[in-house]
Design a protein around this ligand. Structure first.
Ligand code: FE2
Ligand code: FE2
Length: 242
């Protein structure tokens, strides 16, 4: 028996075009996360973290390659005129990595806490997708491979956080949770603003614009056709601009 969330995931992933688009979007985000981790490896002064961040970056790049090649393979199987489905990005967020965090401005502990939550959330998401992808074994295998790495990322970031900040690990995780919550709120708010803007502009187009068109037409009907005589007081010499 599918839960409500699983049913939503099943609906989203059953459409092959949307599935391909999601995979290509995931590829971009994973590659972006990999670049952020290379930067994190450059700025950390901790040699153990540098090694782990570089391995992590290579994993994310590999995930990007896996998602991209599966997404492209799926697209090639689609008829050319297949319409694009609704992009439900917020329902299938995939992995958010460092979510546009400024790596240079963060300490190792803050980065590790943020990464830990991000990887844990990605692992949960990917497990949900695997559960509904029974009809597409190649895509399911991609997610199984990626999930294996995400679980490792989730575990090592927590272990390293306990090492670099043994006393403040829980506080760091709570702070990272609040920041993720704030970023999610900003995403939701900007999505909502876009939706409200589209509704207001549509209403203007169908309600306000016809009113102006109606009055303009009525005013045009009152105008006499052709040339009309100018009043004598306005018909002086052309010696000024107005
Ligand atoms: Fe990943
Ligand atoms: Fe990851």
């Amino acid at each position: 028996m599918l839960s409500a969330l699983s049913a939503v995931h099943w609906l989203i992933w059953r459409d092959p075009r949307r599935r391909a688009e999601n995979l290509l979007r995931f590829a971009e985000v994973e590659a972006d996360g990999g670049r952020d981790l290379v930067r994190a490896a450059e700025v950390t002064r901790d040699p153990v973290l540098r090694k782990l961040f570089l391995k992590h970056a290579l994993d994310e790049q590999r995930h990007a390659d896996l998602f991209r090649s599966r997404g492209l393979a799926l697209i090639r199987t689609l008829p050319r005129d297949t319409a694009s489905g609704i992009a439900a990005n917020w329902l299938t967020p995939g992995e958010r990595g460092l979510d546009d965090l400024r790596v240079e401005e963060e300490g190792d502990a803050a980065l590790l806490a943020f990464l830990h939550l991000s990887e844990a959330s990605a692992a949960r998401e990917f497990a949900n997708y695997i559960a509904v992808l029974g009809a597409d074994p190649p895509t399911r295998t991609v997610f199984e491979n990626v999930l294996h790495d995400e679980t490792f990322h989730m575990t090592y970031t927590r272990a390293q956080l306990d090492r670099v900040a043994p006393k403040g690990a829980r506080r760091r995780i709570w702070m990272a949770r609040l920041r993720r919550f704030w970023k999610a709120y900003l995403r939701l708010a900007s999505g909502l603003a876009g939706l409200i803007g589209a509704i207001v502009l549509t209403l203007q187009y169908f309600i306000v614009l016809p009113l102006f068109a109606f009055h303009a037409r009525r005013a045009a009907e009152k105008e006499a056709a052709g040339w009309s005589a100018v009043a004598p007081e306005r018909n002086g010499r052309l010696d000024r601009q107005y």
